[in-house]
Write a protein that binds this ligand. Structure first.
Ligand SMILES: N[C@@H](CCC(=O)N[C@@H](CS)C(=O)NCC(=O)O)C(=O)O
Length: 325
């Protein structure tokens, strides 16, 4: 685990000293947008038109943020248009690597050893964290974006003409409601479990734990009354919640100490996650070897032995009970 400082790799764990033991996630820095015609998006530069084979996606199969982009690539029929390279599940002193012995596909574009080399290829004196996912443009040899929330919006609409896939997971009429629930889920679940797991003081951990479970209780209530987070329509908000919940019992419950109860002990949430897992194509994006191998193997400050637990033994393919909700 480390960071680039003026283009130089430095091996360092997150610094929680300056914030009383609290984990604070840094904002992603590279925020350009692919659009249908190459016009600029909401931030960054223009010039990134949707074209088949032009963009390359770098992901970790362990990472919940990168997982969102793989889900949207699948849902929107982009697999033949946007190839993928998968990093190793182990993230140690060199950060994300392309070590094939630990699950990497290798770097299909440049055959590099480390993901930080992609960041310095984009900008030689880059300073900041080296995170997945990354969307790379093979024409301009630049990173388009390293922000998953924005990459999924691009995948949702920019390539529609190319694929003919018009499915819309962020319809304009629901955008406000989706944004509202995303904000709650991001702070208290997606990032909330990390705040619990990476806290280095008792107070910071307990505050994060309380938020995680207060929010899960509220979501359990909500999903008792409606099929999806914003009602009848399956939207982006559901997929953003899914990538955290599918990891909950395998890693967040034990490794991140979110152990008031398991996800599988929330009746409505568990059925909901099963439904999403059983949605066509989605199970192929879920890899528990990478998920467990990454968290338990990479976070040596939390799990110094790197021993990976065998369980849980959950069957996500048991038919879900959400039909009538
Ligand atoms: N805001 C980013 C966050 C991505 C992120 O933090 N990814 C993690 C993996 S789960 C990572 O690459 N961490 C490496 C690091 O922080 O050094 C996004 O959603 O795309």
């Amino acid at each position: 685990m480390g960071v680039l400082v003026n283009g130089q790799w430095q091996d360092k764990w997150y610094d929680t000293q300056k914030s009383g033991g609290e984990f604070k996630r840094e904002a992603a820095q590279l925020r350009n947008w692919v659009t249908a015609d190459g016009s600029p998006g909401p931030s960054g530069d223009g010039g990134f038109a949707a074209e088949s084979g032009r963009y390359h996606l770098y992901v970790s199969l362990a990472c919940p943020w990168a997982h969102r982009t793989l889900i949207f690539r699948k849902l929107k029929g982009l697999e033949s248009h946007i190839p993928v390279s998968v990093v190793s599940y182990l993230m140690l002193e060199d950060g994300w690597t392309f070590d094939k012995d630990t699950g990497s596909s290798g770097d299909a574009l440049f055959d590099q050893s480390f993901l930080h080399q992609l960041y310095t290829r984009n900008k030689a004196d880059y300073s900041g964290r080296v995170t997945v996912p990354v969307l790379w443009d093979t024409h301009s040899n630049r990173i388009v974006s390293n922000e998953s929330a924005e990459i999924i919006r691009m995948f949702n609409s920019a390539f529609n003409e190319l694929t003919g896939n018009e499915r819309d997971f962020y319809p304009e009429a629901l955008a406000g409601e989706i944004d509202d629930i995303n904000a709650i889920v991001y702070d208290n679940i997606n990032n909330g479990v990390y705040k619990a797991g990476f806290a280095t003081s008792q107070e910071a951990y307990e505050a994060a734990y309380d938020n995680v479970f207060a929010t899960l209780d509220a979501l359990e209530d909500r999903l008792a009354r409606q099929r999806y987070l914003v009602g009848k329509h399956l939207t982006e908000a559901d997929w953003r919640l899914f990538t955290s919940l599918i990891r909950f019992d395998a890693v967040y419950h034990g490794h991140f100490k979110c152990n008031r109860q398991k996800l599988s002990e929330f009746p409505h949430l568990f059925e909901y996650v099963k439904e999403l897992y059983q949605y066509p194509g989605i199970s192929e994006t879920v890899d528990f070897t990478h998920i467990k191998g990454h968290y338990y193997g990479s976070h040596r400050t939390i799990n110094p032995t790197a021993v990976v637990p065998k369980g849980p033994d959950l069957d996500w393919l048991i038919p879900h009970q959400r039909e009538g909700v």
